[in-house]
Design a protein around this ligand. Structure first.
Ligand SMILES: Cc1cc2nc3c(=O)[nH]c(=O)nc-3n(C[C@H](O)[C@H](O)[C@H](O)COP(=O)(O)OP(=O)(O)OC[C@H]3O[C@@H](n4cnc5c(N)ncnc54)[C@H](O)[C@@H]3O)c2cc1C
Length: 459
């Protein structure tokens, strides 16, 4: 049944939040997501204010045969927070975080950003692992896995989920935890937004010192092959409190970098030491820097919340983006040489190549224990084209795609669901050994595939 004016008026009257249609104030703001390449026009946007609004929106979409897209932080590079036609449920007004320091639990509404979560937990000297840019939505990040500076020490964001509350396609409220709907709980930890709209997450928290040792050390591109080989060696023996991501990028105008390097390709090693003994931390990190002389060093004690926001400005919303990713158990010499070669051909000022260091506590969990299958991967490499002018679309997308293909030899083959740049076609790579079981849960929880604007598990 398609909607008519009356049914839309009814929907609007039943919401505490807002209903937005094309031409109305706010519509264009919400339909725009982080990646400016995505230009979709939903039929309706529901800005939900509470769980009742979420249920009302789901019931309306189902009854009027619309797909539902769920938008939390809007960061998904494939644009899965917004649909062409259909109903978008925007959770941007549901961002509360409630921390119980005695229980060590944070209850987080479905639309919260990492910044909301970090701020609320840090106030109690607590933290839970997130990602490295604080404007990312907790929702998409945690449902897909979620790794950042604390993942090697404590595990994925998804590994810290204790329970979830969601509205499923039939408009019912469900709870999932180890004791309740355990199969759904399994599926929600890596299976993305396939099963319903999560209105509340409960995360386990860890004590964390107020400050971490954090920041970049920057090298000349000519030294990148040697420094990256040393980085690989360092990572093989690094303690879990250490997490180092390498970036090949055009040097930003940071005060500690000589001006002649600004805007030129360099290698940056972003380091986070989250242990309690900084003398030891400094000693360990010094071992990373024996291959060449850096051109600048910005490592310093910083509040954890500041470290979480360190990269925010570099990845502000509004640029056009396309990513190609590869995962490795071992980073082969050939990949290091390819990476350095690619860095010399960055297609636009803001483009970069990121190597995320994984391992540690992420691998304490078996690949089939949660829906996130990529345990055992040590490095995720993202060839990230980022540009402004639509006239450069083909050139920049081609650069990222070709870069990804050149890096394929020696890679493990899987694709992290949260980094996949195309809306469909990569599901089996993304869910790996867990695809079949996810499909079984999907058949039970969302048989009509109402939630299909994502890396879709077709029931
Ligand atoms: C700048 C940047 C930095 C990043 N850094 C990291 C990083 O350090 N580590 C990492 O692991 N990933 C990182 N990512 C990837 C990120 O995890 C994904 O893009 C993720 O999908 C973003 O979630 P979101 O809520 O912001 O996005 P959205 O586009 O709003 O949502 C993404 C998907 O999640 C679903 N979803 C979101 N919230 C809910 C909910 N409450 N209920 C049901 N479904 C929901 C949506 O339906 C959609 O399919 C980064 C991405 C960007 C753009």
């Amino acid at each position: 049944m398609m909607e008519n004016d009356r049914s839309i008026r009814n929907l609007s009257a039943n919401l505490r939040g807002n209903l937005l249609q094309s031409g109305e104030r706010g519509y264009d703001d919400v339909r725009k997501v982080w990646n400016a390449m995505i230009d979709r026009r939903p039929a309706l946007i529901v800005q939900a204010l509470d769980i009742a609004d979420v249920r009302t929106a789901v019931n309306f979409a189902r009854d009027h045969e619309h797909a539902v897209a769920v938008r939390a932080g809007g960061h998904n590079v494939a644009g899965s927070g917004v649909s062409e036609g259909g109903v978008v449920v925007d959770l941007g007004m549901m961002r509360d975080v409630d921390v119980d320091p005695d229980l060590g639990i944070a209850w987080v509404q479905g639309g919260a950003l990492l910044a909301d979560l970090d701020r609320a937990t840090a106030a109690h000297g607590l933290a839970t692992p997130g990602g490295v840019v604080s404007s990312t939505g907790v929702g998409g990040l945690a449902l897909g896995g979620g790794f950042g500076w604390l993942a090697r020490k404590h595990g994925l964001a998804a590994d810290h989920l204790l329970s979830l509350e969601l509205i499923t396609g039939d408009g019912e409220r469900m709870h999932a935890s180890a004791d309740e709907n355990a199969d759904l709980f399994w599926a929600l930890r890596g299976g993305g937004g396939n099963f319903g709209i999560v209105t509340r997450f409960a995360f386990k928290l860890h004590p964390l010192r107020h400050e971490v040792l954090f920041g970049p050390t920057v090298y000349r591109l000519e030294d990148a092959p040697e420094v990256l080989r040393r980085y690989r060696e360092f990572c093989a023996g690094a303690p879990r409190e250490c997490c180092v991501w390498a970036a090949l990028l055009n040097a930003p105008p940071l005060p500690f970098l000589p001006e002649r390097f600004h805007g030129r390709p360099v290698l940056s090693l972003m380091q986070c030491y989250s242990g309690s003994d900084w003398t030891e931390g400094k000693r360990i990190l010094a071992g990373l820097h024996t291959a060449a002389d850096p051109i600048g060093d910005g490592v310093a004690p910083r509040p954890y919340v500041e470290a979480q926001q360190f990269l925010d400005q570099a990845y502000e919303r509004g640029a056009r983006n396309y990513w190609s990713t590869q995962s490795y158990v071992e980073l082969p010499d050939a990949a290091i040489d390819t990476l350095t070669g690619l860095a010399a051909t960055l297609p636009a000022a803001e483009s970069d190549i990121l190597i995320s260091q994984l391992g540690g506590a992420i691998d304490d969990v078996a690949p089939e224990a949660t829906a996130y299958p990529h345990r055992g991967i040590r490095f995720a490499v993202t060839v990230g084209a980022r540009w402004r002018d639509p006239a450069d679309d083909t050139r920049c997308v081609t650069w990222a795609r070709d870069g990804g293909s050149k890096l394929a030899p020696g890679a493990s083959g899987g694709q992290y669901v949260n980094f996949v740049a195309e809306a469909s076609g990569s599901e089996r790579d993304a869910y790996g050994v867990n695809f079949q079981r996810l499909q079984n849960v999907k058949r039970r929880i969302d048989p009509s595939n109402l939630f299909r604007v994502n890396q879709n598990v077709v029931p």
